[in-house]
Design a protein around this ligand. Structure first.
Ligand SMILES: O=C([O-])C(=O)C[C@H](O)[C@@H](O)C(=O)[O-]
Ligand SMILES: [Mg+2]
Length: 427
């Protein structure tokens, strides 16, 4: 193997806007179109590797200088990406810290944003390396321990249509327990998902408890999760846990922050999971010491890539904490990366989240097919996906044509289109 062929020759960044249904969450409603960034790394050997991450302006500001700095580095050198990203980071001082409006991903820090950018570059480098060597990405991570990866259905309260213009679909509204059960039945029929996660924090807890109860009745014995993204007080969380203790696989981020999660955890037997209070390695020691969570949702976008996802998995294994996987709105490149890394994690005992079934547009040539809620782990070189260049160009054109309103995801702003006085609620 000629090592020179593994040097990065060019990096292409393509911001896109993809259609998204009017899914409701504690922060508001999904915009009709949401930004994603496609990262393409081309080696001197002429091989192209793909990665995907958040596409809002703050991510683009971090991605552009990293893309400029990467040529000349080897796609084998993924550990060096972190230092390279830090050294080329122009935005550190201007990133506002606080709660991320769109992503519901816990406290927002410049570091987390940078890791999410690095993750797409790491994935692209591993894809290029795998394609060059004729090996799947899972082989570069030490090999798969399973041939299929299980995903769960991601249920949302939702409107039938976006207010004003926007993409449409035939799912209809789901605003009550019957609507959620109908949605679950359709997911079950279409994709065979065994477990169901309901996005909560939208309506008063009683209505969401009723939706979970209705699911338990419609699908006896199936794993059920409820995730209000930290919208409840400690007492409300405990009341919900009491009501649903016999049917929940886990309760995800019922309340905000490690201290409050630890208080809930100490007073209920329902396992608590998180993708909000443990989102960085720095947050792990306190959360594990306080036994605030029994399950951490990994996410290669948050944690800085596929290798770091494996590091998180090792930590969880060490401390007897379970592992699941989080998902935000994403396309087929990220789904392939999620599946490749999930295939290598021995301690992954919960079905992974994925928004993918809600996404009708993609930049890969072949849509992955869920069978019995599972994806087969690809053994093709790299991630096993190919870029659909005309689709990428069309979605990029949409991004170019946008006047800037949709280029930064803001679920609260999207909600204001329907209800100008709306503000996020807590119970
Ligand atoms: O906590 C979670 O599972 C998420 O934040 C997933 C997504 O961000 C979801 O809630 C959304 O996009 O509305
Ligand atoms: Mg969550």
């Amino acid at each position: 193997m000629d090592a020179l062929k593994l040097l990065v020759d060019e990096v292409r960044l393509t911001p896109i806007l993809i259609s998204d249904p009017p899914l409701l969450n504690v922060q508001g409603v999904h915009q009709p179109y949401t930004p994603r960034l496609v990262v393409e790394v081309i080696t001197r050997g002429g091989v192209s590797g793909l990665g995907e991450t958040y596409g809002d302006g703050v991510y683009l500001d971090l991605a552009r200088p990293l893309a400029d700095a990467l040529p000349g580095h080897s796609v084998t050198d993924v550990n060096a990406l972190f230092a390279l990203a830090a050294s080329t980071d122009p935005a550190l001082t201007v990133v506002a810290e606080g709660v991320d409006a769109g992503g519901l991903r816990g406290v927002r820090t410049a570091d987390k944003l940078r890791l999410s950018v690095v993750s797409a570059f790491e994935t692209a480098c591993l894809d290029a390396l795998g394609k060059t060597l004729g090996l799947p990405v899972h082989a570069l991570l030490g090999g798969k321990v399973r041939d299929t990866v299980e995903y769960s259905a991601y249920l949302f309260h939702r409107w039938a249509a976006h207010p004003g213009a926007g993409p449409t679909d035939d799912w209809g509204a789901a605003l009550d327990p019957a609507g959620i059960v109908a949605q679950a039945r359709r997911f079950d029929r279409l994709h065979g998902f065994r477990s169901f996660k309901l996005k909560g924090g939208v309506f008063e807890p009683e209505r969401e408890i009723a939706a979970i109860r209705a699911l338990a009745e419609a699908f006896p014995g199936r794993p059920l999760r409820l995730d209000p993204n930290g919208a409840w007080s400690v007492e409300t969380s405990l009341a919900v846990a009491r009501e649903l203790k016999d049917v929940l696989e886990y309760l995800e981020d019922p309340t905000s922050g490690t201290a409050a999660m630890a208080e809930v955890a100490a007073r209920t037997d329902v396992p608590l999971a998180t993708n909000m209070c443990v989102t960085t390695f720095e947050e792990v020691p306190e959360a594990f010491a306080k036994e605030a969570v029994r399950i951490v949702l990994c996410d290669h976008h948050y944690w800085g890539g596929l290798h770091r996802t494996r590091e998180l998995a090792a930590l969880c294994r060490t401390y007897g904490v379970g592992l699941s996987m989080h998902s935000n709105t994403h396309l087929g490149i990220s789904l392939a990366a999620m599946t490749q890394v999930a295939a290598t994690l021995p301690g992954l005992h919960h079905a992974c989240d994925t928004h993918y079934p809600w996404q009708t547009e993609d930049v890969v040539t072949t849509r992955p097919v869920f069978r019995a809620g599972r994806l087969t782990v690809s053994d093709a070189p790299g991630l096993g996906v190919e870029l659909d260049r005309p689709a990428l160009a069309a979605l990029h054109r949409r991004w170019l044509d946008d006047d800037g309103t949709l280029r930064d995801r803001d679920d609260t702003a999207a909600m204001h289109a329907a209800d100008p006085g709306w503000s996020p609620r807590t119970w």
